[in-house]
Design a protein around this ligand. Structure first.
Ligand code: WT7
Length: 644
């Protein structure tokens, strides 16, 4: 089927950084054939304390990834100080929009520098130094980016934990990287929730985190919270004692910048490690070219700072480019479904980057909400996190972009640090649902299950032969696991975990994960972790978790659970199961459906056949196929009959 194409409007292309497809192709070829020259030139956009000795030293067989070795720079200096020195101190760096309409703050680059320096000096006063790990557990408040950048200024490695995670998840992340400090807030507000217990969750986690020495608490709501003397201190008290300034630590290009935990198909979450020079270059360059960022644009990415999109495209990329970046504390439907569009109107947002799950939820509420707002400031729209399907793509294009704004569907992962496959909006004709073509320096390939490279039009496993400077360097503390997880399936290639199709124009269509990882409202969830949490519920013998198509979330979580002998699958047990998942992982991983069963489909050697469970959850029993290898084929029939 020939899909509809949308060409970049002439007025957009004429003013764009990359104006034509042939210009894109030419630069892409250069980036692949002569990467050293390409990246050495692009790296001039950063301010280096010391130039690098070698541009790149990358080997996907030995699994060694190093960029700009020998070079020195500081990320906070690059994101803030140098803009102030160039006379941009009065430009707004951050527009913070609070949960309640009318509640907002603007922070200029000058103010941001002062706040970062002061925060960094306070951290230094607590003994934090280069290389120390600092855990940040907060909602979307201005102190969060300030804390991240204060760490970067000192050379401390931040590990931001998404605010919905449970105390246990927080504890495990703190322990995995032996964080010395926890930065959190009293309580949080988000939509109708006015008292999200952040510090209290932190206290629970900290019962079993021997490495934590101090807890810094930001006063967001003024709620009464327990403070442990000698350990906990309010940020404002700490700042009152700290000197106002703090020099930026010279960092090696390959020194760690941050750790961000992400779920895979097996085992505990991995600490994805990103480093200094290559990461900053990749996020800054992609922010400029993929969003066609121009000075003084107002840019808004709706992601949460607890995920990589927030790190790369709310903070590091945009600030490195001296952009004005919007940070919104709340949710799309509070106080009503016009909130996103109200914010765009209020700040005259030019570049808007959001997720298909939000678009689906807003689209369902009708055209009246965006229709009542002035969206004429918008110039470009972005999408990230999961495949965007044609209906929401077209609604985004017509209703939000009013037919005027190119859409960039950006494919990437926590592991890749920044965007790898995306249109360049002035150059690339788009097709709804396709992330289109690789960014500079990125070589995607499609492999068949035996590892053979497929050419031309094909469907296969999406792997990378090369990925540019933003790629993760290792799994924190476990390089073997890094190799095993991403490079062992197909030697010489990085395996993404995604399947994809390449069409007649060489465009990529991401079809979704091919491993046991779910994408629920853009949140990445490992089925093995959910199964583990369900298995800890009293009365549960065994559980298997798969995804199923969900109108709003993209994927929902479907759990098949076998109760212990003599226990009945009751609504009480279902409640306990959900509570267990919330307690062990977090509310975002709560199963949507729980089906009790007396048995799971297993092979004679005892392996659960997830393929069958997936088909049942997807309500495609006719596609189940051969079940003759099952130890007890009769379970399939009852699973189908009792489907939820
Ligand atoms: C997985 C990575 C990208 C940062 C946020 C999520 C899926 C992401 C797209 C897209 C289709 C996408 C993939 C990927 N994904 N963007 N534009 N089209 N699928 O990062 O939590 O590390 O998840 O999200 O399956 O592997 P993440």
């Amino acid at each position: 089927m020939q899909s509809q194409r949308f060409y970049p409007p002439a007025h957009f292309s004429n003013a764009a950084h990359i104006k034509t497809l042939s210009e894109y192709t030419e630069r892409y070829q250069e980036s692949i054939q002569n990467p050293d020259a390409f990246w050495a030139r692009e790296a001039q956009r950063l301010t280096w304390i010391r130039p690098w000795d070698t541009v790149r030293d990358v080997d996907f067989h030995d699994v060694r990834i190093r960029w700009f070795a020998g070079g020195q720079l500081n990320v906070a200096y690059n994101c803030v100080d140098r803009h102030v020195q160039r006379g941009l101190g009065q430009r707004t760096a951050i527009i913070w929009e609070g949960n309640e309409p009318g509640q907002s703050r603007k922070i200029s680059y000058q103010e941001l520098q002062s706040q970062i320096e002061h925060f960094a000096a306070a951290l230094r006063g607590l003994g934090v130094k280069k290389g120390d790990r600092v855990c940040i557990f907060m909602q979307m408040i201005p102190e969060l980016p300030v804390a991240m950048l204060a760490c970067a200024r000192l050379g401390a490695v931040h590990s931001v934990v998404f605010g919905a995670f449970s105390a246990e998840s927080l504890r495990d992340r703190i322990n995995d990287s032996c964080c010395k400090i926890l930065i959190t807030q009293d309580t949080g507000v988000r939509g109708n929730k006015q008292d999200i217990p952040m510090k209290a969750k932190g206290d629970l986690a900290l019962r079993e985190t021997p490495s934590i020495e101090k807890v810094i608490v930001v006063k967001r709501t003024g709620a009464t919270i327990a403070m442990q003397s000698g350990r906990d201190i309010y940020l404002h008290d700490l700042l009152a004692e700290a000197p106002p300034s703090c020099p930026a630590e010279p960092m090696d290009a390959e020194d760690p910048l941050f750790i961000l935990y992400t779920s895979g198909s097996t085992g505990k979450p991995k600490g994805v490690l990103h480093t200094t020079g290559g990461y900053l270059l990749h996020t800054a360059l992609t922010h400029e070219l993929v969003f066609d960022y121009r000075p003084e644009d107002i840019y808004w990415c709706t992601a949460d700072l607890g995920w990589v999109t927030g790190h790369s495209y709310i903070i590091y990329g945009p600030l490195c480019n001296a952009a004005t970046t919007v940070i919104y504390e709340g949710v799309p439907n509070y106080p009503d479904f016009s909130r996103f569009w109200q914010i765009i109107e209020k700040y005259k947002v030019n570049l808007f980057y959001t997720a298909p799950t939000a678009l689906r939820a807003l689209m369902r509420e009708g055209d009246g909400w965006p229709g009542q707002c002035d969206l004429s400031s918008l110039r470009l729209l972005g999408s990230v996190g999961e495949p965007i399907k044609a209906p929401e793509w077209l609604w985004y294009h017509h209703m939000i972009g009013q037919g005027r704004c190119p859409i960039v569907d950006t494919w990437w992962q926590t592991e890749t640090g920044g965007i790898l496959i995306s249109p360049l909006p002035g150059a690339t004709p788009t097709k709804p649902g396709s992330a289109t073509l690789p960014f500079f320096g990125v070589e995607p390939v499609l492999l068949d299950p035996s590892g053979k490279e497929l050419h031309g039009e094909a469907s296969g496993l999406l792997c990378l032969k090369s990925a540019g400077p933003g790629q993760m360097r290792t799994v924190y503390g476990d390089h073997e696991r890094f190799k095993q997880t991403y490079f062992s399936q197909f030697p010489g290639y990085y395996f993404t975990g995604d399947g994809a199709r390449r069409d007649e124009d060489g465009y990529y269509w991401i079809t979704g994960r091919v491993d046991d990882v779910l994408n629920v409202s853009g949140h990445r969830i490992g089925t093995a972790e959910v199964e583990g949490a369900i298995g800890m519920t009293a009365g549960v013998a065994e559980a298997a978790v798969v995804g199923f198509p969900h109108d709003l979330k993209g994927q929902g979580i479907y759990a098949f659970v076998t109760p212990m002998q003599g226990i009945h699958g009751s609504t009480d047990l279902e409640k306990a199961i959900k509570e267990s998942v919330r307690q062990h992982i977090g509310s975002h991983a709560t199963p949507d459906k729980v089906q009790f069963t007396h048995g799971l489909p297993k092979t004679r050697s005892g392996k659960i056949m997830r393929r069958i469970l997936r088909k049942i959850a997807e309500n495609e029993p006719d596609a189940i196929g051969d079940i003759s290898t099952l130890a007890d084929p009769s379970v399939v029939e009852s699973l189908i009959a009792e489907r939820k």
